[in-house]
Design a protein around this ligand. Structure first.
Ligand code: AQP
Length: 340
């Protein structure tokens, strides 16, 4: 069986473990909206709150961040008439399939996951079991919908490969062609937006330094200040992309400009090649504010009506379970569960 047998379906999600960053937006959320609007796919987008609790979350904060993330999705263009929007824990089949996949995935596979090593750091013995099992639950998030395509940033590539391995092993072990071999969609100039303070580190919502990232809720002055203070080198911008090699901070700012402006790197450099950062940074700040301010404004408006966000999520969960319940039932039958 090939993936052409499956309904073209997109699934992706983000953790409500902090506010949305420009990295989340350019690397993932913007692509979610594009894939929704291009047609040809069913699209399902998720706040992965079960993933968020793999590291400590204050309960009240988690509730607030989950709703804020939902508001961010909608403000950025996720249309609940076109896409299903859900909170992971409201669709219990994610966790149920996650358990089955814990029994399919091998310890050796999980031990190779670089995100676990990065997040657990030197204190791996004290990390939660959930953090270790994270990629198996992520595979379940995707495969409980038989999703064929998953838009993500570059950092999730290894987890997507593991998802494919889990699907293939399940299909092989049980002699079925039940789960699709999902395609990662890692496209565009901003698949890895870097920290504004360190061009070798990913921009991340959990970085202790707020100056390292642009938050989607930052106001215009804060965005301009963070870009003005972003680390750069003393040279002018080159006229060709090759000239950005070994200049990670310069490359990052050019990539951000290109992604925000829906341009190629070459087009940006055609305009700004030879310019100093004193010229380029204010232009980037203006572009960022013009693109992000409408989203943050709409987010704030949506956050004024929490009951409406909750209604949207309840409806999404109901729609989602029409897909997930039969897939879980069939999985249990394949595995040999009685009364599935
Ligand atoms: N810097 C980035 N550049 C491009 N894409 C990014 N993504 C995250 N950071 C960047 C993409 O955003 C989606 C959501 O990620 P997540 O919430 O599951 O967590 P993450 O990948 O671990 O993102 P963060 O911001 O770094 O969160 P924390 O700090 O909690 O670990 C994914 O598609 C990811 O690729």
């Amino acid at each position: 069986m090939t993936n052409t047998t499956f309904t073209p379906r997109v699934f992706s999600g983000m953790q409500p473990s902090g506010g949305l960053t420009l990295g989340n937006y350019l690397g993932a959320l913007k692509r979610y909206v594009e894939m929704q609007d291009q047609g040809g796919f069913e699209t399902i987008y998720c706040m992965v709150d079960l993933h968020a609790i793999t590291t400590w979350q204050d309960p009240a904060d988690l509730r607030a961040k989950t709703r804020e993330l939902a508001a961010g999705y909608i403000a950025a263009g996720i249309d609940c008439e076109k896409s299903i929007l859900i909170n992971q824990s409201a669709v219990p089949e994610h966790a149920q399939l996650g358990w089955v996949f814990n029994c399919v995935a091998r310890m050796g596979w999980m031990q190779r996951m670089t995100q676990f090593k990065d997040k657990a750091g030197k204190n791996a013995q004290n990390a939660s079991l959930g953090l270790f099992a994270y990629p198996a639950l992520m595979a379940a998030d995707i495969l409980i919908y038989h999703a064929t395509h998953v838009p993500v940033g570059e950092d999730q590539k290894q987890h997507l490969e593991l998802t494919r391995d889990i699907a293939a092993k399940f299909n092989h072990d049980y002699g079925v062609d039940f789960f699709p071999i999902t395609e990662p969609v890692i496209e565009g100039v901003a698949t890895r937006v870097m920290s504004l303070r360190d061009g070798s580190k990913k921009m991340s919502k959990s970085d202790p330094s707020d100056a390292s990232r642009i938050n989607m809720t930052d106001d215009a002055d804060t965005i301009a200040k963070k870009i003005r203070k972003a680390k750069t080198d003393p040279d002018a911008l080159p006229s060709e992309a090759k000239g950005l090699e070994n200049r990670p901070e310069a490359r990052n700012l050019v990539n951000i400009y290109a992604a925000l402006g829906d341009m190629t790197v070459e087009q940006v450099l055609a305009e700004y090649g030879g310019a100093q950062f004193g010229t380029f940074k204010p232009a980037l700040a203006d572009l960022a504010v013009s693109k992000l301010a409408p989203i943050s404004g709409e987010m704030a408006r949506l956050m004024d009506d929490i009951p409406e966000i909750d209604r949207i999520l309840a409806r999404g969960a109901e729609q989602a379970r029409k897909i997930t319940a039969p897939i879980l039932k069939k999985t249990y039958e394949i595995v040999g569960m009685v009364g599935a």
